[in-house]
Design a protein around this ligand. Structure first.
Ligand code: FES
Length: 148
């Protein structure tokens, strides 16, 4: 049986590089959970370190906390967590992450060229959006596929 390692909030904060207040915030929002020891102090099992790392990276890519929480909910807490759970998390989240990657790639590729926003500030604009003809189709960057 794998030895259960329990961390204090200070130890988690140091190892994960996340302030204690943020750990409490994520707990309040239901993204992570702690146990209470006999002295009623919060104790975290080691899986919380991986969850915090996933939260940090996901947030950096602009993924809302609500979506991160839904994804993390497929992983149980404490000693039961194993590779199969992390694989399930990855599978469940794959489609959303791929869609986000496509959007970001699309944005990166199009930022150099005309996005059909009506500014007509680039040479491309005169080829792709002469006289802002795309503006007749509606508001916003007509050449960028934005999810509503
Ligand atoms: S980038 Fe604005 S209209 Fe082309």
């Amino acid at each position: 049986m794998r030895k259960i390692i329990e961390f204090s909030v200070g130890e988690v904060s140091r190892r994960a590089g996340v302030p204690i207040s943020t750990i409490h915030f994520y707990e309040e929002k239901g993204l992570i959970r702690s146990l209470r020891n006999k002295a009623n102090h919060r104790r975290y099992t080691s899986d919380v370190l991986r969850k915090l790392s996933i939260i940090k990276v996901a947030q950096k890519t602009g993924i809302p906390l609500k979506e991160i929480k839904e994804a993390l909910n497929s992983v149980p807490d404490g000693e039961k967590v194993n590779k199969r759970h992390w694989q399930r998390l990855s599978r469940n989240w794959q489609a959303d992450l791929d869609a986000r990657i496509d959007q970001l790639t699309n944005l990166r590729n199009l930022l150099e060229g005309c996005i059909g926003c009506g500014c007509l500030s680039l040479t491309d604009c005169w080829m792709l959006n002469p006289g802002d003809k795309l503006g007749r189709d509606g508001p916003g960057p007509r050449l960028l596929e934005l999810e509503e």
